[in-house]
Design a protein around this ligand. Structure first.
Ligand code: SF4
Ligand code: SF4
Length: 80
């Protein structure tokens, strides 16, 4: 899964683009639910939130490192 750092400026660009509705507004900044983020596996070649973020504050989550196979399995679990 990916992680939004505290540099986030709450611009709301990423939230509507996520195909898994993994991005929501948290206590202070936008947050990614690691149980829903497939790093866009199953939808796009690259994470679409990263593509639209104007300040590049979305990074790999070091506490939720996953292989392509694990991400594909998560996609199948979420979408059948
Ligand atoms: Fe959503 Fe894709 Fe970003 Fe994960 S990488 S939060 S699935 S847009
Ligand atoms: Fe924050 Fe980037 Fe999303 Fe904007 S696009 S809300 S700066 S993570």
């Amino acid at each position: 899964a990916l992680l939004i750092t505290d540099q986030c400026i709450n611009c709301d660009m990423c939230d509507p683009e996520c195909p898994n509705t993994a991005i929501t507004f948290g206590a202070e900044i936008y947050e990614i639910d690691p149980d829903l983020c497939t790093e866009c596996e199953g939808f796009y070649d690259k994470p679409t939130c990263v593509a639209v973020c104007p300040i590049d504050c979305i990074i790999p989550d070091p506490e939720h490192v996953e292989t392509p196979e694990q991400l594909t399995a998560k996609f199948i679990k979420l979408h059948g």
